[in-house]
Design a protein around this ligand. Structure first.
Ligand SMILES: [Zn+2]
Length: 103
C-alpha cells in the first residue's frame, strides 16, 4: 500500500470514528450494523476499509434519524415549574420544590 493510500485510510477512519461518536452510534439499539460503536467503526474502517467504510455510509442515515429523534425525548424528560421556576424530572406529577400539583 502506498503512503497516500495509508494516509487516506487513517484519515477516513478518524473521520468515521468522530462522526459516529457525534451521532451517538451504538446507543440506539437499531439492530445490525447500526448498533456498532464509534470505536469499532473507526477501527473497522482502518482495518477493513473496503467493507466497513461503505457499510458506514449506508448506516449513517439511520444514525442521523435516530439522533434527530432523541432530543425530543430529552426535552420531555424535564419540566420547569411555573411557580418557583425550578427544573424538575418529568416523572413527578408536581413540582417537588414547592409541592404544587402540575396542571
Ligand atoms: Zn415549584
Amino acid at each position: 500500500m502506498s503512503d497516500w493510500m495509508f494516509l487516506f485510510v487513517v484519515v477516513t477512519a478518524v473521520i468515521v470514528g468522530a462522526d459516529a461518536s457525534s451521532l451517538g452510534a451504538g446507543q440506539y439499539k437499531l439492530g445490525g450494523w447500526a448498533d456498532t460503536t464509534p470505536l469499532v467503526w473507526g477501527l473497522g474502517t482502518a482495518l477493513l476499509w473496503i467493507i466497513v467504510f461503505p457499510a458506514y455510509l449506508i448506516t449513517r442515515p439511520k444514525l442521523v434519524a435516530a439522533k434527530a429523534a432523541v432530543p425530543v425525548e430529552e426535552a420531555a424528560a424535564t419540566r420547569k415549574c411555573a411557580v418557583c421556576d425550578q427544573v424538575y424530572d418529568a416523572q413527578y406529577d408536581g413540582c417537588p420544590h414547592c409541592a404544587k400539583a402540575n396542571a
